[in-house]
Write a protein that binds this ligand. Structure first.
Ligand code: GLA
Length: 395
């Protein structure tokens, strides 16, 4: 893998005396706690061992040259004092956005860079390829310009790039998981306070499987932003009586007693999901920490139902995958993961049933949707950073 990245860098960029360094930034999968981050609730993601590799080198001028092996026909170049969003720069806008966020915060980016990316996250699968790219750029900047930005702050700057530069109003979960992931662990994050705890993910008899609908997430950005607005209206309605900062502050009892304040029935359903999913996430992590994997799995299933019926972000393909999974022997739990409207499900499956799971779920899914699903065994990884490897010395 590293050799491929190094070779590609050499092919694309001319020789230089500057040192080239290698970086890796993971993708993420969320185990439970969906659409809770921007509602001040809890999430429970883990970083994956697939993600974005970056090779980077300083330049003597203020030009930035980007090349991605995933978009070989779309190299992007710009000057550091021309950080404007341009439609034609496509994927390159994420790098521009991160540069702009760092510079706006007062960090000095004194020189241009040559940057090559190689990503092995399946495209449009909802496993956070964009956060992975943003954090790859963040760790490159942090390293080359000796900025000493801590990973949580890098996550926030990357989120700012996505919110303000790219226009996707995402919460903090993806960037946090990508920056702070820890191998063999998932991380419970309170998105209101930014307090977090790692939980070991040492499953002995089970594995975590991601199933990809291979349905691209259409309209996901506009629907996502719409959900945010619905929740904001619901919060404002509850705040007329309750002293709360976010839906993450609301208990089930408070919600049940006061939900009548949310007059719009759609907004009420959205808030119901946000409140129940937050409590479910806290309970699920407690169960996992106690070794109750069955209990964790049941809450995963409930999470999917709530996303399907109350939050309405699943869709035919994700429902078909989850419902097929629930019918299989040896399935502890299964749910959609990420923003929804396509993308992936995440399931916990007994080791001896993995093969039958893939076969049966694949067949049922194809019958229902006409599409082929892909399955990946989850391997967790660490957060974004430089790769220190002897292979590096060949650069
Ligand atoms: C996307 C966003 C996250 C989060 C999830 C839903 O992945 O980037 O901030 O809101 O959707 O849980």
């Amino acid at each position: 893998m590293l050799q491929t990245v190094i070779r590609a860098f050499r092919d694309i960029f001319p020789e230089s005396n500057e040192e080239t360094k290698l970086f890796f930034s993971p993708g993420r999968v969320n185990l439970i706690g969906e659409h809770t981050d921007y509602n001040g609730g809890h999430v429970f993601p883990c970083a994956l061992n697939i993600g974005t590799y970056a090779a980077a080198r300083l330049r003597q001028d203020n030009q930035v040259n980007l090349y991605s092996t995933n978009f070989p026909d779309q190299p992007v170049s710009f000057l550091l004092d021309e950080l404007f969003y341009k439609e034609k720069d496509g994927w390159g806008n994420y790098t521009k956005g991160v540069l702009a966020a760092f510079i706006d915060q007062g960090y000095k980016i004194g020189k241009g860079l040559d940057l090559l990316f190689y990503g092995n996250i399946p495209n449009g699968a909802g496993l956070s390829s964009s956060a992975s790219l943003e954090l790859a750029v963040s760790v490159v900047l942090n390293n080359f310009f000796s900025l000493s930005v801590d990973p949580v702050h890098m996550a926030k700057l990357s989120q700012k790039a996505e919110n303000e530069f790219v226009g996707m109003n995402c919460g903090i979960m993806d960037q946090f998981a990508v920056a702070m992931g820890k191998k063999d662990h998932a991380v419970r994050l309170n998105c209101q306070t930014m307090e977090y705890q790692y939980s070991p993910l040492t499953l002995t008899n089970e594995s975590i499987i991601i199933a990809n609908t291979n349905k691209r997430r259409e309209l996901s950005d506009s629907k996502y932003n719409e959900r945010r607005e619905e929740c904001e209206r619901a919060l404002a309605a509850l705040q007329t009586k309750l002293d709360i900062r976010s839906l993450g502050d609301v208990t089930i009892e408070q919600f049940e007693e006061n939900q009548h304040l949310i007059v719009n029935p759609t907004d009420r359903k959205r808030a119901k999901h946000a409140v129940y999913e937050n409590i479910r996430t806290i309970q699920a992590v407690d169960l996992l920490n106690k070794g109750d994997i069955q209990g964790f799995g049941q809450l995963m299933n409930q999470s999917h139902l709530s996303l399907r019926d109350d939050y309405e972000v699943s869709g035919r393909e994700l429902d078909a995958l989850a419902e097929a999974a629930w019918m299989q022997d040896g399935v502890i739990g299964s749910r959609m993961t990420g923003a929804g409207f396509g993308g992936c499900t995440v399931s916990i499956v007994k080791n001896e049933k993995i093969e039958s799971f893939k076969e049966n779920v694949g067949l049922l899914y194809k019958k229902e949707t006409g599409l082929e699903a892909d399955f990946y065994l989850v391997e967790t990884g660490n957060g974004a950073g430089e790769i220190f490897n002897t292979e590096n010395s060949v650069l």
